[in-house]
Write a protein that binds this ligand. Structure first.
Ligand code: FES
Ligand SMILES: [Fe+2]
Length: 342
C-alpha cells in the first residue's frame, strides 16, 4: 500500500542532472591550464562523459577538440604535435586547430568526413576554456578591472567532487551556509541580497561590510554566477581589490574538478613587485582551498534535491528555477564518445 500524501511524503523536487539523456549545460568549461600547453604537448582530459584533447595550433592558439582519431579511433592524447598539427601515430592523419584532417601519411587527400569536433576555445587568465556548443552563448567571464591593472594566478585544484558543478555553484546564492560551514558570523546588519538573473548568469552585490573571514573584513562583495559552473567574486579584503573565479568542469555525471583564478589590483599592493603580488595571490589561493575543502566535506553521499526550503533560501530557490531553464546540449557527443556512440 502506498503512503498517503502528507507528513509521510518527502517534499522534494528533482533538479536537472548533468548527463541526463547525454546532455550537459551549455557553458564554458575549464579544460586545462594554459601553461600545460607547451609547443609539443597534447593534453587529454575527460569531458562531458567523453574525452577531449587540448593543444596549441600553428599560431599558438589553444584548441580543444574531440580526442578520437577519425580514421580508427586512436586516442590522440598519444599523438605528436608537429608544427601545430596533431599527427595520429597509427597512420599519420594530421589535424589542424579546427579539427580538420589536412593531410595523411600516405599522400592521399583526407576524406571530407575526416574531422574532429572542435569546441569554441578561449584562453583567459591562464585557463583554457571550451564551450559546450557550436557557438558560445556568452563570453568567458572577465574581471571588472582591465588586465593591465591586475596580477593574476591560475591553478587546478587536486580535488575531485562527486556532484555536478551546479551543486557546488548553488553555494553562491546559498549565502546562509557560509556562517555555519565556513565559521565566521555575518555582520549583524547583514541581509541576504536579492539576486538578478539573466538567461546565462546571476548576480548579487553586498555593499556593507560582510564579516566572512578571520583574516579580514570583506567589503563590497560582488558575486557573479555564469552558466551553471562558474562563480566569480570581487571584493575588498584589507583594503585590497581582489578577484576570484572558481570554474568547474563536468567530467561526466556527478563528477567534476575545479580550477581557480585569483587576482589582485596591483596599485593596492603596498610593495608593487611581482614577488609581492604573488605573495598576496598565494594567500588568496590558500584561503580558497580552505573554503573549498570545507565545501567538499558536505558532498559525501549527498542526494541533492530541492527539499524543504526556508525563507532565507529564497534566492537559492530562484537559482533552482534558473537551473531548470538553463539550456543543455552535447553537439560533440558522437565525437567524444560521450555515450559510447557511434
Ligand atoms: S587511427 Fe589515426 S590515423 Fe589511423
Ligand atoms: Fe561554501
Amino acid at each position: 500500500m502506498n503512503a498517503a500524501p502528507g507528513i509521510h511524503a518527502r517534499p522534494a523536487r528533482a533538479l536537472p542532472a548533468e548527463g541526463d539523456n547525454g546532455l550537459y549545460s551549455q557553458t564554458w568549461y575549464p579544460v586545462c591550464l594554459g601553461e600545460e600547453l607547451t609547443a609539443d604537448t597534447i593534453v587529454g582530459r575527460e569531458f562531458l562523459g567523453g574525452r577531449v584533447i587540448a593543444f596549441r595550433d600553428a599560431h599558438g592558439e589553444a584548441c580543444v577538440t574531440s580526442a578520437f582519431c577519425a580514421h580508427l579511433g586512436v586516442d590522440l592524447q598519444c599523438a605528436a604535435l608537429v608544427d601545430g598539427l596533431v599527427r595520429c601515430p597509427y597512420h599519420h592523419f594530421y589535424y589542424d586547430g579546427r579539427g580538420k584532417a589536412v593531410k595523411i601519411g600516405n599522400g592521399e587527400t583526407p576524406p571530407q568526413a575526416a574531422r574532429l569536433y572542435r569546441y569554441p576555445t578561449v584562453e583567459k587568465y591562464g585557463v583554457v576554456f571550451a564551450f559546450n556548443g557550436d557557438e558560445p552563448l556568452f563570453d568567458v567571464p572577465s574581471f571588472s578591472l582591465p588586465d593591465d591593472q591586475i596580477a593574476y594566478h591560475a591553478f587546478k585544484t587536486p580535488m575531485h567532487f562527486t556532484v555536478d558543478p551546479w551543486v557546488i555553484i548553488s553555494q553562491t546564492p546559498d549565502l546562509n551556509h557560509t556562517q555555519f560551514l565556513h565559521g565566521p558570523e555575518f555582520a549583524p546588519q547583514f541581509e541576504i541580497p536579492e539576486m538578478q538573473f539573466t538567461d546565462y548568469s546571476g548576480h548579487y552585490s553586498v555593499d556593507e561590510d560582510l564579516y566572512f573571514d578571520a583574516s579580514g573584513v570583506f567589503k563590497e562583495l560582488h558575486a557573479n554566477v555564469y552558466g551553471t559552473n562558474i562563480v566569480q567574486l570581487e571584493t575588498i579584503i584589507n583594503n585590497m581589490w581582489t578577484g576570484g573565479t572558481a570554474s568547474l568542469v563536468a567530467l561526466g555525471p556527478n563528477s567534476c574538478e575545479a580550477y581557480g583564478i585569483n587576482a589582485v589590483k596591483k596599485a593596492d599592493v603596498p610593495e608593487q613587485t611581482p614577488e609581492a603580488y604573488q605573495q598576496v595571490l598565494d594567500g588568496l589561493k590558500a584561503m580558497n582551498m580552505q573554503v573549498m575543502s570545507e565545501d567538499q566535506s558536505v558532498y559525501q553521499n549527498i542526494r541533492f534535491v530541492q527539499g524543504t526550503l526556508l525563507e532565507v533560501d529564497r534566492e537559492l530557490a530562484r537559482y533552482f528555477d534558473y537551473l531548470r531553464r538553463y539550456p543543455r546540449a552535447n553537439p560533440g557527443r558522437e565525437f567524444i564518445n560521450g555515450d559510447g556512440k557511434p
